[in-house]
Every structure is written in C-alpha cells, then in structure tokens.
Design a protein around this ligand. Structure first.
Ligand code: SF4
Length: 190
C-alpha cells in the first residue's frame, strides 16, 4: 500500500484526492489554524507515517504547518520529540501503527478537538459542506449524511468514497483510513 511519492511537499495534493474525511479534515484544520491538538496530531501523524511519509519529511511538514504560530525553535522543543517517538526513535522505541476506524469512531473530543470520525462528529451542514468541497456526487452526499445520521459511519464513508471517486458500490466496507487511501490510490492512478 505504500507509494514512493509521499513527501511533505505533496501531502496536501494527496489529501484532497486520496485521504478519507477523518484525515483530510485534520489536514485542512491544521493548515488554516496552524495548529492541532494532541489527539489530532496522533491520528493524522500515525496515518501519514503509515502511508510512507519518512520521519524527516514528517518533521519538515509539521514544522512548516505549525509556523508562524509556533516558531521553529519552539516547535523543535515542544513537538519534535513526539513525532520521533511515533516513528519509534525515542522512548521505548515502539513502532506505533495507525488507528483503524473502530478506534477513531470511538474517540470523543472536547471543543477545539478535530480528531475522531467526521461522520460521527460533524453536524449535517458541516458534513455536506466538507463532502461538497471534495466534489462528491450530490446523491452520494445525501446517502452519506443519512447513513451517518443512522450511526453507520463506515457505510457513510464508503458512500462518500463512491461519490468522490465516481465508482459503483465498493465490494468491501471501509475498515481503516489506510485502506481507504490504498483503495483510492489503486483506482486513480493519475
Ligand atoms: Fe476515517 Fe474510518 Fe471515519 Fe472513514 S469511517 S472517516 S476512514 S474513521
């Protein structure tokens, strides 16, 4: 599932085309607010690692997204350790893996937190707007909103996948952000 073109420079491009909403939403929030709280940094950071972003590129990416709100020397003191830690280069040297949907759907967050599954956490207006920005087919937007309303978040995500990629029904459900990404890369090669 790893493609060799994952670098700090093309993450935003990849996000628009291939990331599930839980990740593209974090990318967008990070970019506009120049900050993400811990839960969001973990959810997005471990995913970026899983799709093949090398550690040095991760440091580059987060440092530049946190600027100018966080100057780079402060970034290196406050946040770089955690990124290296996620890559298994600090502390217990555990090689942490990315979260699957069940874990992400279960996250609860406070005001100012943007992690978790957007199909569960966003209100209907925001969800419609977010999917429209990704050029999701209108019928599939409504299907996703209705599935989300019924608590079927992963089915909502699959409907959005179909609507964004203009494909008929997916054979398999969405079980992890990494799987959504791999499927998206597989079917759109441009
Ligand atoms: Fe992400 Fe899974 Fe929610 Fe889709 S269903 S947005 S992949 S957590």
């Amino acid at each position: 599932t790893k493609y060799g073109d994952v670098s700090a420079a093309n993450l935003h491009h990849l996000a628009v085309r291939h990331f599930p909403l839980c990740m593209s939403h974090l990318m967008g929030t990070l970019h506009s607010e120049r900050h993400l709280r811990h839960g969001g940094r973990q959810q997005l950071g471990l995913f970026l690692k899983a799709i093949g972003l090398p550690m040095e590129e991760a440091l580059l990416f987060w440092r530049s997204e946190f600027a100018p709100r966080t100057p780079s020397d402060q970034f290196d003191k406050q946040y770089a350790y955690n990124i290296r830690h996620n890559y298994g280069r600090e502390g217990k040297r555990t090689d942490y893996t990315a979260h699957n949907c069940t874990t992400i759907v279960g996250f609860s967050g406070g005001l100012g937190d943007h992690h978790g599954c957007p199909y569960r956490r966003l209100d209907e207006t925001s969800l419609r707007a977010a999917l429209s920005r990704l050029h999701c087919d209108d019928g599939k937007v409504e299907e996703a909103v209705s599935k989300a309303r019924d608590g079927h978040y992963q089915l909502a995500c699959a409907a959005a996948f179909e609507g964004i990629h203009r494909v008929p029904e997916l054979d398999v459900g969405i079980s992890a952000p990494l799987q959504y990404y791999a499927e998206s890369r597989r079917i759109c090669t441009e």
